[in-house]
Unconditional design. Structure first.
Lengths: 412, 279
């Protein structure tokens, strides 16, 4: 087992554009690191550079204190679970799991012992003599994991391992992977585009955009203190609401009304003109179900609810609003970066299940003003971020840098 | 499918089978008739009474030293040509499917051009060349042209198979600790087995059935294969060819190819890669 240090890793393909641009991530021994981002953000490329299937254009890849830039995959002693499992269809499950051990020339008794142990862990005992073609998706997934855990690898690498499973199985396997990693205590790097997987599995999460590292922090830090608009929009489901905002003193003018924010946050956002306010859906509430002492005029507004989705324990209310042109473009671009496609600017509000607000109502909505983030629309930076609790944020403006690369690439 | 359709299909199939198999059946019928019966005229499918020869023709053919030698030549030459051709084609096809190299298109086009080249046009030059090189009337003298004419098809077939194999299989093997060669031998080749056997059958067919090279590039039983040998099978009287013996020889020479096809056919299991990746 070993830690993995990525130092200023760069990957350039033939056309000269960096797929991975100056990424430095330090994975500690035994840590579960998630690489997350929308499609095309370079997360899989980065993983494949760790395992040695992609050449490294620049920077150092250090595994267990040893620079591995020029080593072949087999010399790095890492094990990997591929997105499509890549099982050997001509071999039985037993032989699939035993394959790495046979290549290493281990004696038969040791191979048998280790394969049996792995199959017991993954509950594959009754399938050992079957061929992968006869297994279900979940079982194939487990065989792929068996092949990874059977040898004493320095680290596990997962490349979107759950993306081919149905929703229910995905949830189960997620817990299973988490449990397995905790038990084996082995360094793990896991690539996903699913922010739920990122939040639930990772000790720390590295968010990438267009090959540029945006923020590298614990899931809680990412959720509570996103470094910029991109991270804020990517982490959390339903995503954070972005509203045009004008700050005057400690008053924030939003499309629905004016709310008061804490002094220290207001101080950071003075004199910047039009800003983008980020408020998570769960920081709103139906004023009728909030404690009466919290409800003040400064923290409530009235709005017409367009659609309500009631889920039992909570309800999502949708409130459309008009955004000024200056921020509309920025928001549309952000939406595109996040692989989304929303047709209108609207506010998503998560209400308590007890709320009686229904479609077409003029509802009184309370907002938790302490949790509001304010972003600079030009650079995307979070002005109100608590830097001490935001993990590692690379120097310079990562989001602007990623956008620049994106524009150049789109222009070609 | 309606009953009417099914009856139509059955009738169609029977017609095609008759069309294809009647000559074969006639050869078999001839091979069981005695020489006299044929000379006197024996138009029936079954031998007329007293005109049947039983297994005598087969016994005579197999007792013939030249014929046994021709069978041996054919089997040896065809197997060696097939083996070499498949090995070379596998390696070449793998490179074409997996690697990007300068001149890849050129190699593929060249292969196709060779495959389209009329065989007969090369016989003359080859005859001269082989005599100069001293491999006229030898096994290598036939193996080389067989290989060069079957390689293109084998390469095209196999590279199509290799392209079907997900690249992840090979990468997984490399991560599991395999060298490139081990990944190729232990993962890629087993997965391409149906393709390898297809290529082998095609090559073997070509080599076994070839007549042009067989008759032009050989002069003695040293290397003469069956198709050529049969044409020299004149018996004692050159004006009265032993038709029944020839028929028996033709039947005997068909048997190995049927055996080989049946053996290889089992190996051609479609969809061997199912289950490798998500499904």
């Amino acid at each position: 087992m070993a830690g993995i240090q990525m130092k200023n890793i760069v990957k350039q393909y033939g056309d000269g554009f960096p797929a991975v641009n100056d990424v430095s991530i330090d994975v500690e021994e035994g840590e579960f690191l998630i690489l997350v981002g929308p499609s095309g953000c370079g997360k899989s490329t980065l993983l494949r550079m760790i395992v040695g299937l992609e050449d490294i254009t620049g920077g150092d890849m250090v595994i267990g204190g040893k620079k591995v830039n020029d080593l072949a995959p087999r010399e790095r002693n890492l094990s990997m679970v591929f997105q499509n499992y890549a099982l050997y269809p001509h071999l039985t499950v037993y032989e699939n799991i035993a394959f790495p051990l046979r290549l290493a020339g281990k004696p038969e008794s040791e191979i048998d012992e280790k394969v049996r142990e792995a199959s017991k862990t993954l509950e594959l005992d009754e399938h050992l003599e079957r061929k992968p073609g006869n297994l279900s998706g979940g079982q194939r997934q487990r065989v792929a994991m068996g092949r990874a855990i059977v040898r004493d690898a320095e680290a596990f690498l997962f490349d979107e391992p759950l993306s081919n499973l149905d929703a229910k199985l995905r949830g189960q396997m997620r817990t299973e992977i988490s449990r397995l990693q905790k038990r084996l205590g082995i360094t793990t790097v896991y690539v996903t585009h699913d922010q739920t997987e990122a939040m639930t599995l990772g000790d720390r999460v590295a968010v990438l955009k267009r090959g540029v590292l945006q923020q590298h922090a614990t899931p809680r830090e990412l959720y509570e203190n996103p470094a910029n608009l991109f991270v804020a929009g990517f982490i959390g489901s339903p995503p954070m609401n972005f509203l045009p905002a004008n700050v005057k003193g400690n008053q924030v003018e939003l499309p629905f009304g004016t709310v008061t924010i804490p002094e220290d946050k207001a101080a950071k956002a003075q004199g910047k003109g039009l800003l983008i306010a980020g408020i998570r859906p769960d920081h709103f509430e139906d004023a009728d179900v909030v404690d009466k002492d919290k409800v003040t005029d400064e923290a409530t507004f009235k709005a017409k609810v367009d659609v309500v989705e009631w889920l039992g324990n909570e309800a999502y209310a949708y409130i459309p609003f008009e955004a000024p042109t200056e921020v509309r473009e920025q928001l549309a671009q952000l939406e595109k970066d996040l692989d989304g496609e929303s047709l209108r600017t609207q506010l998503v509000v998560s209400l308590d299940g007890a709320s009686r607000v229904s479609e077409g109502d003029e509802a009184t909505i309370w907002v938790d003003a302490r949790k509001i983030h304010l972003f600079d629309p030009a650079t995307g930076e979070n002005l109100t971020m608590d830097a001490d609790n935001a993990g590692i944020i690379p120097g310079g403006n990562a989001m602007a840098k990623a956008e620049e690369i994106g524009e150049e690439q789109d222009a070609v | 499918m309606s009953t009417k359709n099914r009856i139509g299909v059955v009738i169609g199939a029977i017609l095609i089978l008759l069309w294809c198999l009647l000559p074969v059946a006639w050869i078999v019928s001839l091979s069981f008739k005695s020489q006299e019966a044929i000379t006197n005229g024996s138009p029936g499918f079954l031998p007329s009474s007293g005109g049947g020869a039983g297994w005598q023709n087969y016994a005579d053919v197999l007792a013939d030293e030249q014929f046994r030698r021709a069978i041996f030549n054919s089997i040896g030459i065809s197997l060696i040509a097939t083996g070499l051709s498949v090995i070379i084609a596998t390696l070449a096809a793998y490179a074409i499917a997996r690697l990007e190299f300068a001149g890849k298109r050129f190699v593929l086009t060249l292969a196709l051009v060779i495959a389209m080249f009329p065989v007969v046009s090369l016989v003359g030059p080859l005859f001269d060349m082989w005599r100069t090189f001293g491999i006229y009337d030898t096994w290598p003298g036939l193996i080389i042209p067989y290989m060069s004419f079957t390689l293109p098809l084998a390469i095209w077939t196999l590279s199509a198979f290799f392209r079907e194999i997900p690249w992840e299989m090979e990468q997984a093997a490399q991560v599991d600790g395999a060298t490139s060669w081990q990944a190729f031998r232990k993962v890629i080749v087993p997965l391409a087995a149906p393709g390898v056997f297809t290529a082998a059958i095609l090559t073997f067919f070509f080599a076994w059935n070839d007549f042009v090279f067989g008759i032009s590039l050989t002069s003695t039983e040293n290397a003469r294969p069956i198709p050529a040998a049969l044409s020299f099978f004149v018996g004692s009287d050159p004006f009265n060819r032993p038709a029944s013996l020839l028929a028996a020889g033709a039947v005997v020479s068909t048997i190995p190819i049927i055996v080989i096809v049946l053996l290889f056919q089992r190996k051609i299991v479609a969809g061997l890669t199912s289950g490798a990746v998500k499904g």
